[in-house]
Design a protein around this ligand. Sequence first.
Ligand SMILES: NC(=O)c1ccc[n+]([C@@H]2O[C@H](COP(=O)([O-])OP(=O)(O)OC[C@H]3O[C@@H](n4cnc5c(N)ncnc54)[C@H](O)[C@@H]3O)[C@@H](O)[C@H]2O)c1
Length: 465
Amino acid sequence: MTTTMDITDANGAPRGRDRIEWAERAMPVLAAIRERFAREQPLAGVRISACLHVTAETAALVRTLAAGGASVRLCASNPLSTQDEVAASLAVHDGIAVFARAGEDRATYFQHLEAALAHRPRLIMDDGADLASLIHTTHASLGAEVIGGTEETTSGVSRLRAMAREGVLRYPVVAVNDATTKHMFDNRYGTGQSTIDGFLRATNRLLAGACFVVCGYGWCGRGLAERAAGMGARVVVTEIDPLRALEATMDGYQVLPIARAAEVGDFFCTVTGNHSVIGREHFLKMKDGAVVANAGHFDVELDLEALRAISSRSEEHTSELQSAGSGPPSTSTRSRTAAGSTCSPRGGSSTSRPPRVTPPPSWTSASPTRPSRPNTCSRNATSRSPCMWCRWRSTARSRGSSCARSGSRSTSRPQRSGPTSTAGRPGPDVDVERDPDGALVVGGEVTRAGVAGCAGRRGCAGRRS
Ligand SMILES: NC(=O)c1ccc[n+]([C@@H]2O[C@H](COP(=O)([O-])OP(=O)(O)OC[C@H]3O[C@@H](n4cnc5c(N)ncnc54)[C@H](O)[C@@H]3O)[C@@H](O)[C@H]2O)c1
């Protein structure tokens, strides 16, 4: 690795320039800012270290910062989305110090983070908070010089918020993900499209008629579910947040716990920001040939260790998938679900990417504010004369249906305790069914017009406060 850049092949630069120019045609606002920056030089002499997806769109951003006078060092926030030709063009044509190679291994990934920080940045641009994590751990001496940063993605913002709550965050950060124009358009529509694109490029399979399981119905999950349905797939959603599970139901999708979805899905994609969403017991239930991917920021959403342990065969396909995923310049495949390895427990496959900076466990919170839920049904315990809802629940339980709060299911499911993701455990996922009255039952709670619980119907002593 040279001190000024590390890219795969400088000869790809002309092709990279084509891709960047194509992307810039769709970014007129950035072009206008670049013109102004070139005149006004607002960033003259400012050192910026950026850890972002090294794609044509990021190149347009970096060229704009450089036009404003900044000295930028760029490394990849995800080796699987790096476009080598774009990295080459930035280095050769724009003189940007780029440290990014498509498919780079863990050691190289860390070397590149180090190289970006060796710039002694005044400003940080992160996508996943890896630079920030280093600045707050092994490179703490740099913290005093950093005057601020930006963070792009949901998982990175969650990490930084957890650090801010603990009072350890050393500089202000703009949570780019919180901008409506970011999460609504990038997470929902962008990730929706590019995840489907990744599936198709990697598998060349027909989605129409298949069962597509979307784990997590947040911004990304909504977009992915909508796009999968648009391709003709039958979409099943898994969720741990009852309201979002209900939203998915009202949007027309079937909602199941992952334990049940695992049995019926042909395609699976996690987009939760949480850990261990699909684990060993789920892999074992999957159909032969099921395709599993992660589009969340970290691949810890899938228990890849367990998958490897139960696999009869494991093959690396990084280069093929990489070239399949590189696509024409007109296609922005920023979120590359197609990735490094496939394992086959009874033929299933999985995607992964190199592990990242490991922050203290409390900084990895995916949903830090979600409340804990009791795992027993106080309603049944206190009711002397159970309402129809509670009677129905006990009938449902005796026939093996689900109540997240009581009965056999509650002991077999992982339970959320406090800010669950902080502890690295998934919360209980949610069933949506209908009770005999036709009311929606979300995760063991009846919901009518937004009111959760049995609400004391027919004088049930188990009324929820
Ligand atoms: N691939 C991309 O291009 C891309 C783009 C933006 C964001 N992301 C990443 O995608 C992930 C999701 O982002 P988002 O903006 O949709 O977040 P979000 O917070 O809007 O949604 C996440 C959803 O997942 C649910 N969830 C959490 N744990 C779950 C579990 N065990 N099972 C089922 N559902 C669970 C949550 O309740 C929530 O509804 C984050 O890691 C984010 O950084 C990826």
